[in-house]
Design a protein around this ligand. Structure first.
Ligand code: ADE
Length: 347
């Protein structure tokens, strides 16, 4: 029989000694800034802490308060987000900042329900912000927490079917009262999942919950969570065009909806199952010209992988229907797939 009180005490004591110093976290005795907590939670969805941290620092340097972000130009925010992926999040981020600034007087709602009504704020984010920024009791369950629960309770149901069960198990451990530090509890579980109860080779010898862990007692903690075999990702092919003029490259703004929506990118063909022949690639070019093949790049998106052939040409003059940026700036302001396609131009 698992001792819930003991697990809570052990994990919080571990957190007091081992909490990661992260720029959105309050220092002991300080209150967390809801804007920073919300921003970090949006950035950290499907992104690791080391990858998201420089973006967080740059955003808070340029837009120190939610009202600053609300007033920012859409294109500037999309460019600053480039490389973080899941670009619908950036569009929702701006929409949310504007709602908070214009309809809530710049103050985030404090309840999960109020937070949940904001653009781009789902059940997880609402729970995380309520717990971390407002010390509300909430069951904050991300992928890290699911893994910790699956091991601690040796859950045999595979993911994704196990999600509800793992959430219920997490709720049995979540501290009951405000005095029990809901924000610290949530972040302690996240830190345990990220640093000790890692996806592979968990450091059970340093884990404060090793005595409570059924997965470890069964001798195979890393075998949890059980997973159903994933269907293979489909593969697609596309062509991207690098049209160059005087150190600049031509970009287009992608349509607001859909993959990489609203972001700047190289002009491309459709991305389809069948490879593109050279003749098709030339026929699809954004302008006539002396196009030559200039290699290819591979990129993996969530739902498919992509081989992108690159064609390059020099423009006699910059066509005004395209957006021209210096190549280094273009690489910085576009999603990773285009950054890869521009890389060989950067010295
Ligand atoms: N992942 C998502 N939110 C986090 C947080 N507040 N601290 C650490 N990792 C996280």
């Amino acid at each position: 029989m698992t001792n819930v009180a003991q697990i809570r005490a052990r994990l919080l004591a571990w957190y007091d000694r081992n909490a990661r110093a992260l720029p959105w976290r309050a220092r002991p005795g300080e209150r967390a800034d809801p804007y920073r907590v919300w921003l970090s939670e949006i950035m950290l969805q499907q992104t690791t802490v080391p990858h998201a941290t420089p973006y967080f620092l740059e955003f808070t340097r340029r837009w120190p308060a939610v009202s600053d972000l609300a007033r920012a130009e859409d294109g500037e925010v999309m460019a600053a987000w480039a490389g973080l992926g899941y670009y619908a999040r950036a569009r929702n981020l701006l929409a949310c900042a504007r709602v908070v600034s214009e309809r809530h007087g710049g103050a985030f709602p404090r309840s999960e329900e109020g937070l949940r009504a904001l653009p781009g704020v789902g059940a997880y984010t609402a729970a995380a912000v309520a717990a971390i920024a407002f010390a509300r009791q909430a069951n904050v369950v991300d992928g890290n927490v699911e893994r910790v629960m699956a091991r601690l309770f040796a859950v045999e149901t595979p993911l994704p079917q196990a999600k509800d069960e793992l959430k219920r198990l997490a709720a049995t451990l979540a501290p009951p009262a405000r005095a029990a530090r809901p924000g610290d509890w949530a972040q302690a579980l996240m830190d345990l999942g990220a640093t000790i109860c890692r996806p592979s080779s968990p450091a059970c010898d340093r884990c404060p919950l090793s005595a409570d862990c059924r997965g470890l007692a069964l001798g195979q903690p890393a075998a949890y969570p059980r997973c159903t075999a994933k269907a293979d990702r489909p593969h697609r092919h596309g062509v991207a065009y690098r049209l160059l003029h005087d150190g600049q490259v031509a970009l287009v703004r992608r349509p607001p909806k859909g993959l990489l929506g609203g972001m700047l990118g190289l002009p491309t063909t459709d991305w389809r199952a069948r490879p593109w022949t050279a003749a098709e690639a030339l026929a699809g070019a954004p302008t006539p010209g002396a196009w030559r093949a200039a290699g290819s790049v591979e990129h993996v998106f969530t739902h498919f992988s992509l081989s992108l052939d690159i064609y390059e040409a020099r423009a006699a003059r910059p066509d005004a229907s395209l957006i021209w940026l210096p190549t280094a700036r273009a690489a910085a302001d576009t999603p990773s797939v285009f950054r890869k396609a521009l890389k060989s131009l950067l010295s």
